[in-house]
Design a protein around this ligand. Structure first.
Ligand SMILES: NC(=O)c1ccc[n+]([C@@H]2O[C@H](COP(=O)([O-])OP(=O)(O)OC[C@H]3O[C@@H](n4cnc5c(N)ncnc54)[C@H](OP(=O)(O)O)[C@@H]3O)[C@@H](O)[C@H]2O)c1
Length: 359
């Protein structure tokens, strides 16, 4: 059994890590860390609101009792003796400082954006670009680290990249236009989104998000050639908005393909690709990466985000688009804190364990 530490364990993604690793067959939770504010308390105390006494637990699953009395350490001085890997769920500014210090000694799988665009750091989605894991060798050598950093895509990119993969593979892509309707949990707990700002409202801007989606999509679908990634050669244009949904990002996607294809061709390609991980033996892998509905009222975040325990991207409304050349359009829902963050990161760890990068 490998021993993991979760850094940023008290946050929204950190809590999802506790759930994703609860009773995991290969990885156990051995240490929890967060900021100086939480350090020195039990996990239960650290997530209890000091004024009201309420437990600030955000997952739909109940709190993971097995780790509630574990002490929370100050991440910057965390004891890493006996730890085999780190899951990092802190904001980018903290990740910039903490992650290289950990990676000098051990593998770090990060949900933060701090290292996402470095040329020697893979942005992994198993089944989409598993081969990019080979960048780890280059990174270790170049940085003289015993460990390494791999990053998750930002949560808005995950479902987009997964659904574009079979289209790109089969028909090529000229351009992608996407509008997201992103959930509140995507903004994290601190600062998060204030209730009064989002009730009866849509917020039309998320700082930095559109650039992240554009760059990460090209990197994930890029080709690993002679030790570096050549980004996929199509442009992505997007508008990212925040809506009053707790969990699950919805995206309206328009794709201009290189080769002409019908709606039926696209659905067939997605269905064929969907089982890419079904025989992988990875404990967190979905049987189906993509689940397609023909009911025009699906997907909806409330109905569909937990499909395959939040690990499937749910697609509906696949139809022709008459404005873009060779246009196809569809709507997707992807669970931003499961496949889009913590459980997706656990899936990456499983792939890297299977391939011998983590021992
Ligand atoms: N939310 C999502 O849907 C989502 C999806 C994909 C990726 N991400 C990324 O995942 C990361 C975490 O996001 P989140 O939504 O979980 O944020 P969050 O709810 O605000 O949690 C932030 C965590 O970071 C800790 N922290 C703050 N300052 C720290 C410091 N100086 N040293 C160590 N730990 C510190 C906090 O600990 P305290 O409790 O002690 O303050 C808390 O555990 C971010 O990089 C985010 O961009 C989020």
């Amino acid at each position: 059994m490998l021993k993991a530490a979760i850094v940023g364990a008290t946050g929204i993604v950190g809590q999802q890590f506790l759930v994703a690793l609860n009773k995991h067959p290969w990885i156990s939770i051995a240490a929890l860390a967060a900021s100086e504010r939480s350090a020195g308390r039990s996990y239960r105390e650290a997530i209890t609101d000091p004024k009201s006494g309420a437990l600030r637990w955000f997952c739909e699953e109940p709190p993971v009792e097995e780790v509630m009395e574990l002490p929370v350490q100050n991440a910057i001085e965390m004891d890493t003796d006996g730890i085999n890997l780190i899951f990092s769920a802190v904001e980018s500014e903290q990740a910039k400082i903490l992650e290289p210090a950990f990676a000098a000694k051990m593998p770090v799988i990060s949900t933060a954006s701090a290292f996402r665009y470095e040329t020697d750091v893979p942005v992994l989605i198993p089944g989409v670009n598993s081969e990019h894991a080979r960048l780890i060798e280059k990174q270790r050598k170049g940085r003289r680290w015993q460990g390494f950093i791999t990053t998750q895509p930002n949560c808005t990119t995950t479902g987009l990249a997964i659904t574009l993969k079979p289209i790109y593979q089969n028909f090529g892509i000229r351009a992608v236009v996407m509008t997201s309707m992103q959930s509140l949990s995507g903004a994290g707990r601190s600062p998060g989104v204030l209730g009064l700002d989002i009730i009866d409202n849509v917020i039309p801007f998320i700082v930095g998000e559109e650039e992240k989606v554009q760059r990460a999509t090209q990197k994930i679908l890029g080709a690993l050639e002679r030790g570096s990634i050549s980004p996929a050669a199509f442009n992505v244009s997007c508008t990212c908005t925040r809506v009053n949904v707790k969990e699950g990002h919805t995206e309206a996607v328009f794709v201009s393909t290189a080769e002409k294809c019908s709606v039926e061709d696209v659905i067939k390609a997605m269905k064929k690709y969907a089982s890419v991980l079904s025989d992988s033996g990875l404990p967190s892998a979905p049987q189906q990466m993509i689940v397609i509905h023909d009911d025009p009222f699906r997907p909806q975040p409330r109905l569909d985000r937990t499909t395959e325990d939040g690990m499937a991207t749910v697609v509906g409304r696949v139809r022709p688009d008459g404005v873009l050349p060779n246009g196809i359009k569809y709507v997707l829902v992807s669970h931003n804190t499961k496949m889009g963050a913590a459980k997706g990161a656990v899936l990456v760890a499983e792939l890297l364990i299977k391939e011998g990068y983590i021992r």
